[in-house]
Design a protein around this ligand. Structure first.
Ligand SMILES: [Ca+2]
Length: 489
């Protein structure tokens, strides 16, 4: 009798699990945001994001989340291809590794994968500098670039599209699970915030390149690793973001940078308000508890850190992205390194929903990290930026050690940086006055570590089919992509 009862209980449980509603996914992606904008990564930050903070505290903060990099100044493009397809930087349908990519990859990206699995898929995001062939394959698409300072021209527009969609779902009693990709066009420049939030952060939409913006004590402080100029040619110093962003241009003075960070914060808090509206709607519909919510950015951004302005570098502020995740089975208030790439998102979304990841995917699910089963999914992180001169920049990170190499065979640049991120989390250099921590690459005490990290970088370059080598590395018989060996600048 007892065993009969047990069998009955198991059958009941299995049928309950089989009938449990599959979880929804709300994937929030902002454009150009450093993790160091958030108080959880930088206690000196003055940015208020109450809704994102609540999201983070009711789920997990992943500290070591990165985009793998870019072969173009338009870092958004490879980043968004990797997010959509789960492929690595030299295996995308665009760029120097296109020959390593299977045809019609767009059919194996976020929208179609979830649509085929029976999900209702919807996307609103910026237009352009993305993966257009994949973006249009969501069931419902509302893409537009909204970087203005009003409800209609700014981030509220994207939130309205999601609120409308959810309202329609409710009115139609659509019971299919949903995959909603809520993208924002901000805080990418032009950072035209709303008047109220600009005032809060003491900022103005400064448009006159011949004058400095007004100073204001409400402006955010300079970042700890601010510099008036980058100490050396990093192989792409004249890219648009370093010289031609309205409000900054080539300036790195305190007034300009504090005003621009104020503008960034105004746009970021406005996004936070929009996320609050969407979360409230999900709660009202009773869908919040069965929804995985991911918040991240396509890459970070410098805005004065290290004397840089843009996203074309491999310092932590730019290479790393914020990553906050909440949902069923994720313990609230948890925090872990993770060691993830944005290209792991597709595999993770599939794993959380029981959908088979497409065979074209190269990412690794970090569900075991989200469920507290392991702190990280890999030991080593590899990064690329070579949208300027070649071979450009490469980085490798393992534990607290990070190497960045710079080379231009065109202009003769050759620089190396070795950081101990435990003692130097902001990657301070000799040029940062009053700092004891610095670049350790020339310190004889760290020569063995430097050699070890250089070998690690070479092995990662080989493993990821990097088409370039630095001049002091084995050339491995490679012929770099045509017209790109020496760079065009
Ligand atoms: Ca971007």
């Amino acid at each position: 009798m007892k065993s009969l009862f047990r069998i009955f209980a198991i059958v009941l449980l299995v049928s309950f699990v089989a009938q449990a509603a599959p979880p929804n996914i709300l994937f929030i992606l902002v454009d150009d945001q450093s993790p160091f904008d958030f108080k959880c990564h930088n206690s000196a930050s003055t940015l208020d994001t109450p809704n994102i903070d609540r999201l983070a505290s009711s789920g997990m903060i992943i500290d070591t989340a990165h985009h793998m990099g870019s072969f173009s100044g338009a870092v958004c493009i490879p980043s968004r291809h990797m997010i959509s397809s789960g492929r690595t930087v030299w295996h995308l349908p665009v760029g120097p590794g296109a020959e390593n990519c299977p045809p019609q990859l767009e059919n194996f990206t976020l929208g179609p994968v979830f649509s085929r699995a029976g999900y209702a898929t919807m996307r609103t995001c910026k237009q352009g500098n993305s993966y257009t062939a994949a973006d249009k394959l969501f069931d419902v698409v509302h893409d537009a670039t909204k970087r203005g300072g009003t409800n209609e021209t700014g981030s509220a527009w994207h939130a309205e599209r999601v609120l409308d969609y959810l309202g329609e779902r409710k009115s139609k009693s659509d019971k299919r699970p949903f995959f909603i990709h809520l993208g924002f066009s901000h805080p990418h420049d032009v950072r035209d915030g709303t008047p109220e939030l600009l005032a809060k952060y003491g900022a103005t939409n400064h448009t006159d390149a011949s004058t400095l913006p007004p100073t204001n004590t409400a402006q955010p402080p300079l970042p700890p690793n601010w510099l008036p100029a980058h100490p050396f040619n990093n192989t792409d110093m004249k890219v648009r973001d370093e010289v031609n962003v309205s409000g900054v241009w080539q300036r790195r003075d305190e007034a300009t940078i504090r005003n621009e960070i104020g503008r960034e914060y105004a746009c970021a808090e406005y996004i936070d308000q929009q996320i609050g509206r969407v979360l409230a709607k999900l709660e009202e519909m009773g869908e919040l508890e069965n929804t995985y919510i991911f918040y991240t950015a396509d890459h970070g951004i410098a805005i004065g850190r290290h004397g840089l302005q843009g996203k074309q570098n491999l310092y932590e502020h730019t290479w790393r992205v914020p990553m906050f995740v909440k949902g069923p089975g994720i313990k609230p208030g948890t925090r872990t390194p993770g060691n993830i790439y944005l290209g792991d998102l597709l595999a993770t979304f599939c794993d959380l929903t029981g959908i088979a990841a497409p065979t074209t995917n190269e990412g690794t699910s970090f569900k075991p990290v989200l469920f507290g089963e392991k702190p990280s999914i890999r030991d080593t992180i590899y990064g690329v930026y070579n949208g300027g001169q070649k071979p450009g920049m490469r980085s490798v990170k393992k534990g607290n050690w990070k190497l960045i190499e710079y080379e231009s065979t065109f202009s003769g640049v050759r620089e190396t940086q070795l950081f101990d991120l435990n003692t130097n989390p902001h990657e301070l250099l000799d040029e940062h006055k009053n700092s004891k921590a610095t670049n350790l690459a020339k310190d004889p005490q760290h020569a063995a570590k430097l050699s070890e990290m250089r070998l690690l970088l070479l092995s990662e370059m080989r493993r990821h089919n990097d088409p370039w080598r630095f001049s002091d590395q084995p050339q491995d018989g490679l012929k770099a992509p045509k017209n790109q060996r020496r760079g065009k600048k």
